[in-house]
Design a protein around this ligand. Structure first.
Ligand code: SF4
Length: 359
């Protein structure tokens, strides 16, 4: 009986390789060490998306790399918003999955908010991604690929990258940290570590691990409620890591890294935006090296609440400030788009898009 044919190895996402790994792949293809530096330059400085554009490489090396590696880990299937303003991209992945990213240009910044998973397991009540469930982790190359898609649309490398799109970054820890190191490479996209933000719904072991990485990245923790009872209603993860445990991990993080923690607090009308909530939050955060970002809710169909009105949002901010907490009221930059993560992807499921598996 014939033995089944061996499956060809899965293509490597070239944007998920560190420089050393890329050097090894080039060496295995018979190339001199300096060729890896040239490839890296095409990937991150010239940011080409076709092998044939790497004109200073011998055709044999281009053929070897294209046979082994995937050069386009993410494609823009849909872009919403205008150039120069906040834009939301629905990105198609090689296996046909889709994720969202957001580009936020400002005076001297080009921020891209990337997804770290397809879907999410944490089911926060106000989040479209959480409601849709988890499908898979993204690979590092797919996260770096989102930054490169942004660079193409912005016609310049992003200056800031925030891991705040779909998914929980610390639930995909190794791939996210690998992406951070590739984005941070000084000879590549060179996004400074302090300009990279990792957000979390409060995964305490991940926060502890991040504190020991020796990285200067920003940590952003989604809080959204000042009591365990309310937080557990909004964020089921609170049952696993209640506020006292989470805030202890944050204190430890600030002590070990010397960095402050940013807390995100979504203002939800009639739910968590009363003055007593602000006072309770101030008491909770007293003495912690932190800042608080207050963001009016982006409504989600499955969550029957609305954003706090302007007066309540202002009062909440002032109450925190008067209590000595560094608090900033922010406007949702995607307010005119489907701003909550997961909404564009959710909508695309009922509207067929071009795409599908690719190489
Ligand atoms: S808010 Fe973040 S952690 Fe919560 S369900 Fe949505 S993607 Fe997941």
């Amino acid at each position: 009986m014939d033995s089944p044919a061996a499956k060809p190895p899965a293509p490597l996402l070239i944007h998920g390789l560190t420089r050393d790994e890329l050097a090894r792949v080039c060496r295995e293809a018979g190339a001199q060490p300096y060729r890896a530096r040239q490839v890296w330059d095409w990937l991150y400085r010239k940011r080409v998306s076709e092998w044939d554009a790497m004109t200073n490489l011998p055709p044999a090396l281009r053929a070897a790399l294209s046979g082994r590696c995937l050069l386009r880990p993410a494609e823009a299937l849909r872009v919403e918003g205008r150039p120069g303003h906040t834009r939301k991209i629905l990105a198609g992945l090689a296996d046909g999955e889709q994720v969202e990213e957001v580009l936020i240009p400002a005076a001297r910044r080009r921020t891209v908010c990337v997804s770290s998973q397809v879907g999410c397991r944490f089911r926060c009540a106000f989040c479209a991604s959480g409601q849709a469930g988890f499908r898979r982790n993204l690979e590092a190359g797919e996260m770096v690929g989102q930054a490169l898609l942004a660079a193409r649309l912005l016609e310049a490398a992003p200056t800031h990258v925030v891991f705040m799109g779909v998914g929980e970054p610390l639930d995909n820890y190794d791939a996210v940290l690998r992406a951070v190191r590739i984005l941070n490479d000084a000879d590549g996209l060179a996004v400074g570590a302090r300009r990279i933000t990792i957000s979390t719904c409060g995964l305490v072991p991940g926060i502890a691990r991040l504190a020991g990485e020796g990285l200067q990245v920003e940590l952003s923790v989604s809080l959204h409620a000042p009591t365990d009872a309310l937080r557990a209603e909004l964020m089921p993860v609170n049952r696993r890591y209640p506020l006292a445990v989470l805030l202890e991990a944050c204190r430890d993080y600030t002590a070990r890294t010397g960095r402050i923690v940013t807390f995100e607090y979504t203002l939800i009308r009639g739910c968590n935006d009363a003055r007593e909530h602000a006072r309770a939050l101030a008491a909770l955060l007293k003495g912690l090296a932190c800042r608080v970002n207050l963001i009016p809710l982006s409504p989600v169909a499955e969550f029957g609440y609305a954003a706090s009105d302007a007066a309540a949002a202002r009062l909440f901010t002032e109450t925190l400030s008067r209590a000595g907490i560094n608090a900033t009221l922010r406007i949702s930059r995607g307010a005119s788009l489907d701003a909550a993560c997961g909404q564009l992807r959710a909508r695309s499921r009922s509207q067929p898009l071009p795409g599908g598996p690719r190489r």
